[in-house]
Write a protein of this length. Sequence first.
Length: 247
Amino acid sequence: MKKRLVIGNWKMYIESPEAAKKFAQALKRKAHAHPSVEVWLAPSFTLIPALAGALGRTKLKIGGQGLSVREGAHTGEVSARMLKGAGASFCIVGHSERRAMGESNEAVRIQLVRAAQEGLVPVLCVGELERDSQGAHFSFVEEQIASALRAGPVPKLVVAYEPIWAIGALQAMVPADIEEMIIFIRKTLAQFLGRETADKTRILYGGSVEGENAAAILDGSGASGLLVGRASADIDSFLKILIACKK
Ligand code: PGA
């Protein structure tokens, strides 16, 4: 069985190289306490080199929170190649906060392709804004996956299911409902990747994960791991989540 995967999405919470390095040192000191968990961190672009330096030869991976769909003369953009060169080995793609700023399904698809071209593992975020009794959330998520994979399979894909209403909220989603959506996502992935690859694809849950609810979410949902925002930017909260991930 694969190790559980926990990805910390720092968003803009951690701002300085000093704070990032301090976090990395503390995480490294405790690394032996969570050998059965894979840990990836997604800091803001500016912190990737400092974090890469501080983590050194550990198994912890660093990634981006998004990447440019463009190449060449585009002010303010960061490409997959630049991420790779700075020390990233994965990239979050299609996070709902970026989609809310105008990233379309098509832009998400291009990012997946660009990430894959540079050998970055793409972490594709999907999730509905709201739920209704008709189950429109299923077709919404299905369309996000279908348009992302329309042009063909992406190697090493990781999928993160993050219902938007549960992000930065008071409570996470109920584990039984997460389980239902994970089964649905796996079925949808099978149409594009084939059953065997879909079965092996890691599907994470994200949305108000904390040390207190992490074990119940993982045990009750069958998720392969967690995508953590707020609680990943505080070392004590993050370590609590890693401890909760032990099988
Ligand atoms: P949250 O964020 O853990 O703060 O809810 C999750 C995410 O946005 O990836």
